[in-house]
Design a protein around this ligand. Structure first.
Ligand code: CA
Length: 391
């Protein structure tokens, strides 16, 4: 038996306990939980085969009461002794995509981001379109190209046509960008015609991850009218390997800012509207270029899920929805290079070089932290990706 030493100030203390899927030495992937700088193999430690699965889906499908009970068992376990073979040093494990992604939807819930993009894409019109404050705008993305952090991103090719061009051309994107977001994972779904109310969010949503919605702005700008994003987005979406339980984010809850003009329709109203106080950091080739604040989001994760299902659409274990790019009111809080460089017109200095969009070989790392219980701080880890040249 062994005891797990948690370093002082660890972002992965007993108030976090995020789940992931790991393998060691080429063995089969299974579910673990991160404690400090260690990973506990849950199938081995708890003797429960649901954790021998290669994704979190079977465990998530067991529902809220099990999520609470297992979390308590893990806390008891790591406070005492764990079987030797069930503990691995974090640097020895390979982390995999933690969930089998069912459907993937991406929202657009930051007023600052939506306003900035409106100014850039439609300079002669109102920045926010008329629907934006009445409903959480979103689109259906591609679940099959959701990738775990660390997966290389090949520069996509596609059609693009600048306004001054007479005809479109085909080739590698020249305006490859990121979007720093949070992702939310549905643990227990709902059948057809059973909408989820905002207040029942905690019983349906299992956890949260960091998400990078890689975006080819030139492909996007030409294709998006009138049906929205398609190939400019669907080539890759990266998520962090650790799924932080929603239960661990109680201390990060904050009152939702705004929403009085207009007041949301009844199906979007919460008895106690809440957002999450999560701080993100974007590092571009190792240099911190932005600090997006999730607390500034206009629409809450619970409202997004309520909107997603209000038409009677069913939901499934493994459904993933992104918050949309997180941008704050300040320039250094913008969550995409499109905004940070103002459409490429105001380059940033990255490692001494003037930069606008991503070049081959660039690496982007997004990290995130939030308040935890008892004055602690909890970490989401990172979502990392490097750009490879187009095929
Ligand atoms: Ca997005």
């Amino acid at each position: 038996m062994t005891t797990i030493d948690i370093p002082a100030g660890s972002l992965f203390g007993i108030d976090n306990l995020p789940y992931g899927v790991f393998s060691v030495d080429g063995g089969s992937p299974r579910v673990g939980v991160r404690v400090g700088d260690s990973l506990v193999d849950l199938a081995a430690a708890l003797g429960d085969d649901v954790f021998a699965a290669p994704t979190l889906n079977p465990f998530m499908a067991q529902g809220y009461d099990r999520w609470v009970a297992v979390r308590e068992r893990i806390r008891d376990l790591v406070a005492g002794e764990v079987p030797d073979g069930a503990v691995h040093a974090i640097e020895r494990v390979t982390l995999h995509l933690p969930i089998e992604v069912a459907d993937y939807v991406d929202f657009y819930a930051s007023e600052h981001h939506a306003s900035n993009v409106g100014r850039l894409f439609r300079p002669d019109a109102e920045p926010l379109l008329p629907n934006w404050k009445h409903l959480p705008v979103g689109y259906h993305g591609r679940s099959g190209t959701v990738l775990v952090s660390g997966t290389d991103i090949m520069r996509p090719s596609g059609q693009r046509k600048a306004p001054a061009d007479t005809a479109p051309v085909f080739g590698p994107s020249t305006r490859l960008d990121i979007e720093a977001e949070m992702g939310f994972i549905v643990g227990t779904g709902t059948p057809l015609n059973a909408p989820i109310t905002p207040d029942s969010f905690p019983r349906h949503v299992f956890g949260a991850v960091l998400l990078n919605d890689w975006s080819a702005r030139d492909i996007q700008a030409w294709e998006y009218v009138p049906l929205g994003p398609h190939l400019g987005k669907s080539f890759a979406t990266s998520i962090s390997p650790w799924v932080v339980p929603i239960i661990a984010l109680e201390a990060a809850r904050i009152p939702l800012p705004g929403q009085t003009d207009p007041e949301p329709l009844p199906y979007l109203r919460e008895s106690d509207p809440w957002g999450l106080d999560i701080d993100l950091v974007i590092a571009w080739n190792g240099e911190e270029v932005s600090h997006p604040p999730f607390r500034e989001m206009y629409w809450s994760p619970a409202q997004m899920l309520a909107h997603l299902t209000v038409n009677g659409a069913s939901s499934r274990t493994g459904d993933l929805y992104g918050s949309g790019t997180i941008s704050g009111p300040e320039k250094h809080q913008r969550g995409a290079f499109l905004e940070l460089s103002w459409g490429g017109k105001e380059p940033l200095t990255v490692k001494g070089e003037e930069r606008t969009f991503l070049l081959d070989g660039d690496e982007v790392v997004i990290t995130g932290t939030a308040p935890g219980a008892n004055g602690s701080r909890i970490g989401f880890g990172e979502v990392r990706g490097r750009v490879l040249p187009a095929n």
